[in-house]
Design a protein around this ligand. Structure first.
Ligand SMILES: Nc1ncnc2c1ncn2[C@@H]1O[C@H](COP(=O)(O)OP(=O)(O)OP(=O)(O)O)[C@@H](O)[C@H]1O
Ligand SMILES: [Mg+2]
Length: 254
């Protein structure tokens, strides 16, 4: 039977807006899916269908209201990201989980190279090595050299997105969460990013990626979850990679 990297069961999230007298807004509800180790799960759906909220709950930026997110760690343990202690989540973000947000919110006055190398340096990699690794991705993403010591807060959307991508790709994360990682890039750069992500996937990294472009998703995703109004309404499998798997990973549940 397939080895799962991530198993999401009956996950729900509602936002309560206290400034609006407790008004409730649905993020998503009753989401269940399993991602086999080394597979790319695509998430598609209209604007507002709950895709980013789901990804943020997987990264624990948001705390889900109910359900479970079982992650198999590099150390072989199973951790529920809904109930895990904050310290555990912080550790996992350094060792196991990378995240490319839909919008970069860079720390002011931190140069691009420093910002992208930070997770590696925090994990104890010598600064020079961390910089070299990031630079190799800056080069592949055609980020001009004179921006490397510039402040990303001043960059264009596409430049910020490339800093964000280099930061995630340079890490050793075994699970990458990607929220529209190519939305601000031109077609040539999008193709480069798809190539980089495909290489990473083929080296065994598990990925969950939100993408609006069905062609790009088709090139990367082994399975696609289609969301509508906060629910998964359809699933499709795209590749042989998931063909031999336990059918429960693809079944609609919850
Ligand atoms: N922090 C928050 N507080 C209140 N409501 C939120 C919050 N984050 C998301 N929402 C709401 O949850 C719903 C889903 O938003 P989400 O950002 O997950 O959509 P999305 O599918 O990623 O859309 P898009 O394609 O536009 O990025 C929306 O109605 C949104 O207003
Ligand atoms: Mg979004």
């Amino acid at each position: 039977m397939a080895e799962y990297h991530l198993r999401v069961h009956d996950l729900s999230k509602t936002f309560v807006l206290h400034v609006l007298h407790g008004k409730r807004i649905l993020g998503f509800e009753h989401i269940s899916f399993d991602v086999p180790a080394g597979a790319f799960a695509g998430v598609a759906g209209r604007s507002g269908s709950g895709k980013s909220s789901l990804l943020k709950c997987l990264y624990r930026t948001y705390l889900a209201d109910s359900g479970s997110i079982l992650l198999t760690t590099a150390g072989g343990q199973t951790v529920d990201l809904v109930t895990a202690a904050d310290d555990t989540v912080i550790e996992l973000r350094l060792s196991d989980i990378g995240y490319v947000s839909q919008f970069l919110r860079p720390t002011p006055r931190v140069p691009a190279l420093e910002l992208a190398a930070r997770p590696l340096v925090r994990r104890g990699l010598p600064r020079g090595e961390a910089h070299d690794r990031v630079i190799s991705y800056f080069e592949r993403l055609a980020l001009p050299e004179d921006l490397w010591d510039g402040y990303p807060i001043l960059f264009s959307g596409g430049e910020q997105q490339r800093v964000n991508l280099a930061r995630a790709l340079a890490s050793d994360a075994r699970l990458l969460l990607l929220d529209e990682p190519t939305s601000a890039l031109d077609a040539a750069l999008q193709a480069d990013v798809v190539q980089l992500l495909a290489e990473r996937r083929d080296r065994g990294t598990t990925m969950i990626g939100i993408m609006h472009d069905a062609t790009l998703l088709g090139q990367l995703a082994d399975l696609v979850l289609h969301m509508e109004h906060g629910r998964i309404v359809r699933r499709e499998t795209n590749s042989d990679r998931v063909a031999g798997l336990d059918p429960r990973s693809l079944a609609i549940a919850g």
